[in-house]
Ligand binder design. Structure first.
Ligand SMILES: NC(=O)c1ccc[n+]([C@@H]2O[C@H](COP(=O)([O-])OP(=O)(O)OC[C@H]3O[C@@H](n4cnc5c(N)ncnc54)[C@H](OP(=O)(O)O)[C@@H]3O)[C@@H](O)[C@H]2O)c1
Length: 297
């Protein structure tokens, strides 16, 4: 298959490109920097520039681009988070909708931030959206794919949880303090965290590309979300380090502001209803197994 991938240099994109190439697919990177040809095509999405002929006849497009949500959410950062998702997704979706030979599927990143902080409520793809900043951005991000779905292209919105891999994402940021024995619960530790291994993210995206019954919002999370306390204990066991230094909620709010409140203290308990219904078999269903596999411990 010929599969075009944006955000291909990122944490998920680079693992996906590697895996698709290993499986014998033609993985073409859609990059913002000038293209050097080969397995790369260029675009300048903020200037709405792309040569549509380069996208003609692809089997699927996987759109992963977006400003990182890590870091303090200043007004400028929030604007970049919002614009990079709505503007790029809208532009790509409209471009794809106008192709003579459109892809069978447009697989677009989304996030469990769609649901906002919901305590212990079990969330499926049918659950209503939240109301905070990330929830509003994510809802608009998914809506930006409408031009493609209206043209009959199969659109999948990957509502992705906390992706666990050793080379990026949240886990890489946590490793240092934990290794120094400075790991501990965040706030009261009762908030739910819906995690997924990077291995499963890559395999589930391939499942979404290949399986035509996968469509619309799809929760990209493992079947067993855990509380922050359970996560902290599991990571401590895997790294064989103590986890006795808690970070109280007020400190998190002081240090990280709105981002800390949403990402570190928010509680989102998501279940992968659609992945399971469409026959996806998880490689890692238990957190400790996933951590050991991803960290090679
Ligand atoms: N990792 C997670 O735990 C997680 C969880 C939920 C959702 N997601 C979503 O999944 C997608 C991929 O995640 P990731 O962790 O692989 O992200 P990442 O490592 O931050 O990579 C994202 C890619 O997006 C492009 N990009 C970065 N800043 C941009 C900007 N301001 N405007 C336009 N493009 C920009 C870059 O690719 P180019 O330079 O090639 O354009 C970058 O490699 C993101 O949309 C993310 O929000 C990730």
């Amino acid at each position: 298959m010929r599969i075009i991938i944006s955000g291909s240099g990122g944490f998920i994109g680079s693992a996906l490109v590697h895996s698709l190439a290993q499986m014998g697919h033609q993985a073409v990177r859609l990059v913002r920097a000038a293209s050097s040809g080969g397995e790369e095509v260029g675009w300048a999405p903020y200037e709405q520039k792309i040569d549509p002929s380069l996208l003609e006849g692809a089997d699927a497009i996987v759109h992963l681009s977006g400003e990182s949500i890590a870091g303090r959410w200043t007004a400028a950062k929030k604007a970049r988070i919002r614009t990079s998702r709505m503007q790029l997704t809208g532009f790509l979706s409209k471009t794809v909708a106008r192709l003579n030979k459109p892809p069978e599927a447009l697989i677009c990143a989304s996030a469990i931030g769609y649901y906002g902080s919901r305590g212990e409520e079990i969330l499926t793809e049918e659950s209503r959206p939240g109301t905070d900043f990330l929830a509003q951005v994510t809802e608009a991000w998914e809506l930006a794919t409408t031009p493609a779905s209206e043209k009959g292209i199969r659109v999948v919105n990957l509502r992705t949880g906390v992706v666990l891999g050793s080379n990026g994402g949240s886990l890489a940021k946590m490793l240092q303090p934990f290794k120094f024995g400075l790991g501990g619960i965040l706030g009261d530790g009762q908030q739910y965290m819906s995690w997924i291994s990077l291995t499963d993210v890559v395999a589930a995206i391939q499942h979404a590309i290949e399986k035509k019954t996968v469509t619309g919002p799809v929760n990209l999370v493992a079947p067993n979300p855990v509380t922050n306390l359970e996560f902290t204990k599991a990571l401590g066991r895997v790294l064989r380090r103590p986890t006795i230094v808690p970070l109280p909620g007020f400190m998190i709010k002081m240090l990280f502001g709105e981002m800390g409140q949403a990402l570190l203290l928010g509680s989102t308990r998501v279940t992968p209803a659609k992945l399971l219904e469409t026959g996806y078999e998880f490689k890692h269903t238990e957190l400790e197994d996933a951590l050991r596999a991803e960290l090679a411990r």
